[in-house]
Design a protein around this ligand. Sequence first.
Ligand code: MG
Length: 395
Amino acid sequence: MKLFPTSLIFCAVLSLASSGVAGNVGSPFYGDAPDEHHPWAVHDPNRPQPTIVTPGTFSSAEQPGKPPSDAVILFDGSDLSKWEADSGTAVPTKWVVKNGAMECVPGSGYVRTKEQIGDCQLHVEWAAPSKVEGNSQGRGNSGVFLMGLVEIQVLDNYNNPTYPDGSAGSVYGVNPPLVNPLRPPGEFQTYDIVFRRPVYKNGQQVDSGYITVFVNGVLVQDHTPLEGGTGHMSRSKPSPFPAAGPLKLQDHGNPVRYRNIWYRPLPPRAVEGGTDGVLTAEATEAKRKEIAAMIRKDAAKLKDPANPLPEMLRLTESLVYEQDEETAQKAESLAGQYFENLQKLSGDALAAKKDEVKHLRDITKYLARFGIIPNDAEPKVQLEQFIKEQNWDKK
Ligand code: MG
């Protein structure tokens, strides 16, 4: 028989967690502790919450969708204020805007963004001319150049065979698309691209960079490693990239149209200072130190002579990230105060402390499990002894 609805129990656990006393979901002493390559614990409540983003909507044949709330809009159908000719800074492009799309004027050259873009999620929609002219690489050819260096091919190869590594959705000259999900010419096609540039340290490549591409929602590049910039006829060679570069669209002599172009910058990877994923021992240590300092600062706000528990727990929590003698002594002295207060209680007041004390005992077990306190640490032994004396472990 259930005595309480689950939601009530969950609230109780949460309120224990928020008062700093917990040994369950939401507690800092729950999942595996940080280790040499992971600065965060498993299920770490100190980890920043993901930023809230309002999603956009999908495009239809007639109408472009709405970008997500944090997207940087490069072209929304109205003007080319974010773009310039690829021939020089602030040189206006000769590409034109028609019916909500920007259109390549053959012979006018590439168009590029004024802003410099690095690792990103990029959304682009394009349409080849509905009047079919030319074949192979000569039909509806353009290209999306990430950082101006890596071309994801734009081509009308709907019923138009060409060399596979030059098909729409290919990393041009490097890797063909997994499949050909193109719509007929004249219809808008969507490209959703995740781009990670190569990363070098001291002249050595530490990450080749990767590109993932969906064409019309179908995966065509599956985290494909980059081999440097792409080129025509020549084999790509790995080389360092700058931190960012302009997004370029190719003039290949065909009036290809584009609409609904936006991107979202991506956070750094672990190899370039990011703190999610598997980190080096040095980066992990530095981040753990930073988290510990943040928690200790927070602990100072919890100082309360009448109730030493919240500050004690927060200080103890910081030791999970970084051992520190002064903090450990402070926590131990607060624990001593708590225990003294506890021993003065009796009857209902003491009985009301049962769950709290058992949680504290669980926390000491957690700390011993991860080597943060010795197995025979005084608070742990005291709590175990006390629980035994009260018969609190009996069902
Ligand atoms: Mg091209």
